[in-house]
Design a protein around this ligand. Sequence first.
Ligand code: ADP
Ligand code: ADP
Length: 228
Amino acid sequence: MIRFEHVTKRYPDGTTAVDDLSFEVNEGELITLVGPSGCGKTTTMKMVNRLIEPSSGRILLDGEDISTVDPVKLRRRIGYVIQQVGLFPHRTVLDNTATVPHLLNWPRKKARARAAELLDLVGLDPAVHGDRYPDQLSGGQRQRVGVARALAADPPVLLMDEPFGAVDPVVREHLQNEFLRLQQQMRKTVLFVTHDIEEAVRLGDRIAVYGQGRIEQFDAPAAVLGAP
Ligand code: ADP
Ligand code: ADP
């Protein structure tokens, strides 16, 4: 589903963020990318939706070299959730969730119905939360809206970059559990960045353990935990 072939990313200032990375992710797999800050996790993710271009190597999505795919079309196939979800402050939760359907010019009614369905899916009540503005939600609820928004066009791939990193531990555990339950239904192909090994172990079908610019281990949680 996602395949990195000898991908290197060197930033203009000379930093090698990702160094000759090769790995493959199967359809419906949830891969956690774990490692200390600055080891190249975010750079890896941003290359998948072409926010960043590799310096060398190539990335295939469903067998197709993504450098040949129009970035706007590519991003319709890839949902993206980050720590500071960046909801539009002057749009309601429902309209924020329907961002992509609106961009795709879905009929308004259909877009709003889809948004309501998604809010429900992530554990928010569209009748209660849909008409609120983002600053009237808790941090955990805002992250849920971020997940709902990323799922709006039903993309096969989800990129999640520390989506639950900014909420307190109790809420985080709640969000993790809900996300796992959701993933059991959805079976998206997910790359999930975290610097928290416990989160990586809890969520990942397999874990990519990063060192500086490289994946040092790529294995099932039990194997990663069993490593010396
Ligand atoms: P992580 O997500 O694991 O924290 P990043 O992918 O953000 O790591 O960063 C990897 C390395 O690339 C770090 O050394 C970081 O400072 C550097 N880096 C990230 N973005 C840029 C940039 N735009 N310009 C130069 N260096 C960058
Ligand atoms: P969560 O566990 O999802 O983070 P919280 O415990 O932080 O939720 O919030 C509990 C309740 O308080 C929620 O139902 C939310 O709607 C409400 N709430 C939180 N912040 C605000 C706010 N600024 N304005 C109105 N309601 C809020």
